[in-house]
Design a protein around this ligand. Sequence first.
Ligand SMILES: [Fe+2]
Ligand SMILES: [Fe+2]
Length: 230
Amino acid sequence: MANKDKTKELDEYTKGRVENLPAAGDVRVSSVQNAVKTNNFEIERDRNADVSAARKDSYLAADIADLLIQQIGLELNNHYLYKNFGIWYDINSLFGQAAYFYHRAAEEQDHAQWVIDYLTRADFLFSIPGTDATYIDIFKDKNDLRIRDPHDETLIREIETTRAINNIKAVAEETHDYITSHWLRNLLLEQAEEEELSHTALDIFNHTDDPLIVDKYFKDVVMAQLQASK
Ligand SMILES: [Fe+2]
Ligand SMILES: [Fe+2]
């Protein structure tokens, strides 16, 4: 075929392609019509119907949020309890254990704030629960308080706290809330450290009954380790 013929054939082909192109507006209209035909819009409507208003406000379900709010209460209960223990040691001039319990109290406040931050980042509106743990409540019937009693109470508190966080983890997994389940990891690992530390604190009482040696151990050994691991 001569070059001239080739060019003519190409011109006609191109012209035909251009003439058959839909106008800009037509493209949109035909897409919408196709979507309706294939029921895309119906599917979108059904999806919206499945999503509750609460789910649109926050990905946290009310049940799991309630448990997390209770956890804030537990952490703050422990915070105030340990602060009260610190005060008791302080006024009895056992400054090593006073420093130890003030340190523990500060950590509990941090944990409460972690949970507060998690809830607020999820846009979940809540109020902090009231606290009820005080030194006086726990030891009101005890006239002969021994210096290891607050440490015994602390270990029990920490075991209860570990169980409470484990329960939140179990509920999160059961309800397929993998976001919360994943987030709980750090809180659990931190909690394991706290429970272990409470064991360590009791170990010294197996070695001596002397309150001044005990207190010096807290001041020189336990506090030094806590400061070093910060
Ligand atoms: Fe804690
Ligand atoms: Fe704790």
